[in-house]
Write a protein that binds this ligand. Structure first.
Ligand code: HEM
Length: 386
């Protein structure tokens, strides 16, 4: 923290002369501080959004006035060591803790800055040049303080946000998993109950229940596989990947129903993509399975690859049911699933993987006509390697 402060000091051109000038100004400003502090809190009183963080009434305001007096006194002390920086940093932390919007600190500091300048000018008896220099030193000091408070504010605010988001996501994931696993487990439970308790069940019934158990155990397993895919996502290892063989392999691994015709269009001269081939395979597999699910009545699945300026694109287009325009912007968000089964992780995994591979993915769709998912990746360079 001190290193950062020193770096900021050098940025604003802070020197020992500045520190000396500020401490010379201190006796001139001290008689006016209580007046400045009254003005500071009177302004807060006039702004309900700022005022609302003061929950302890007059007693707290009285205490805060003392705190601010201490803060200004230290500001003018001329000593800017590690303890000083640590205490300044704490202001930002405290403000996040109480939920004060940083803009109020900015405007309050600006008011304080004007107040200090006006009082200094009134009390000044030296030369104009010295006054200007002292004001500049004071300005630099206030800028540094604001930078530290703001830095602390950002840091603490982001950590707080991350903590809240992490908890919210955890809750969402837990709810999603519970929901996804409860259904198949309930079916298994019912069938097991039947098999254990039915008196002389006909063989056809027994087989029907065993079949149900098998299917539902498989869907529970698919939920767990989707989750572990998500958890295992490793850092991509980029290489030059030939698209056509990869697309063909993905189609082999994800068989389509006989009513779906797959057409691959990949120009022979197409440049390789710079990506992790295995991860791109996971993404294309997801897209192919989605297309297949969207075309339960059959149709045509087109996979087209083409080159642009510095990139290659792979389009996966189906003639399926399409996606509601209201849902379309959300389909790549984690846990946003509209399928009866599926945790809504497939497309969010796809997006996350493609972004980690330095690419992007977009979706277009017309309800009742079909959807097109386009993956864009950086082209592998011609000079060998990537
Ligand atoms: C120039 C701008 C400001 C400065 C320099 C400043 C300074 C401080 C300091 C030094 C603290 C004590 C931090 C600690 O506990 O270590 C503090 C806390 C606090 N500040 Fe500010 N502040 C500023 C703006 C504001 C504004 C605009 C409000 C709006 C109401 C505000 C409300 C508070 C409150 C409620 C606390 C908690 C104090 C307590 O423990 O009761 N501050 N501030």
């Amino acid at each position: 923290m001190l290193a950062r402060f020193r770096e900021l000091q050098s940025y604003v051109g802070w020197t020992e002369d500045d520190a000396r000038r500020v401490s010379h100004a201190r006796p001139l400003l001290t008689p006016h501080l209580s007046d400045l502090i009254e003005d500071f809190y009177a302004e807060i009183e006039r702004h309900p959004e700022a005022r609302k963080v003061i929950t302890g009434g007059e007693v707290q305001i009285h205490r805060l006035k003392g705190t601010l007096l201490g803060w200004i006194t230290e500001l003018l002390s001329g000593v800017y060591d590690e303890d000083y920086v640590t205490r300044r940093w704490r202001v930002g932390l405290k403000h996040v803790e109480i939920g004060l919007d940083q803009v109020y600190t900015n405007v309050a500091l600006s008011r304080l800055r004007t107040g200090l300048s006006v009082r200094l000018e009134t009390a000044w008896s030296g030369s104009c040049q010295e006054l200007t220099q002292t004001m500049q030193s004071l300005d630099k000091l206030l800028d540094l303080d604001l930078a530290i408070i703001e830095d602390a504010y950002q840091y603490e605010y982001m950590s707080k946000l991350q903590r809240t988001e992490r908890l919210a996501t955890l809750g969402q994931v837990a709810g999603g998993i519970a929901h996804e696993l409860r259904n198949p487990l309930n079916v298994v439970k019912t069938s097991v109950y039947y098999l254990l308790n039915a008196r002389n069940p006909p063989q056809a019934k027994q087989l029907e229940h065993l079949g149900r158990i098998e299917r539902n155990v498989e869907s529970a397993d698919a939920v767990i596989s989707a989750l572990s895919n998500f958890a295992r996502m490793r850092t991509p290892s980029l290489s030059a990947v030939k698209l056509e063989p990869l697309i063909r392999r993905v189609l082999e691994d994800n068989p389509l129903s006989p009513s779906i015709t797959a057409v691959v269009d990949c120009p022979a001269e197409l440049l390789d993509a710079a990506c992790d081939g295995e991860q791109l395979g996971i993404v294309l597999g997801n897209l192919v399975r989605n297309a297949r699910d969207a075309m339960s009545e059959g149709g045509r699945l087109d996979i087209r690859a083409r080159a642009g300026a510095g990139f290659v694109e792979i389009e996966v287009a189906d003639e399926g049911v399409g996606i509601d325009p209201e849902i379309l912007p959300h389909i790549m968000e984690p846990l946003y699933s509209t399928k009866a089964r599926g945790l809504g992780l497939g497309l969010s995994i796809a997006r996350s993987i493609i972004e980690r591979n330095g690419g992007s993915i977009r979706a277009e769709s017309v309800l009742g006509r079909g959807s097109v998912f386009t993956v864009r990746l950086v082209v592998a360079s011609l000079e060998g390697g990537l």
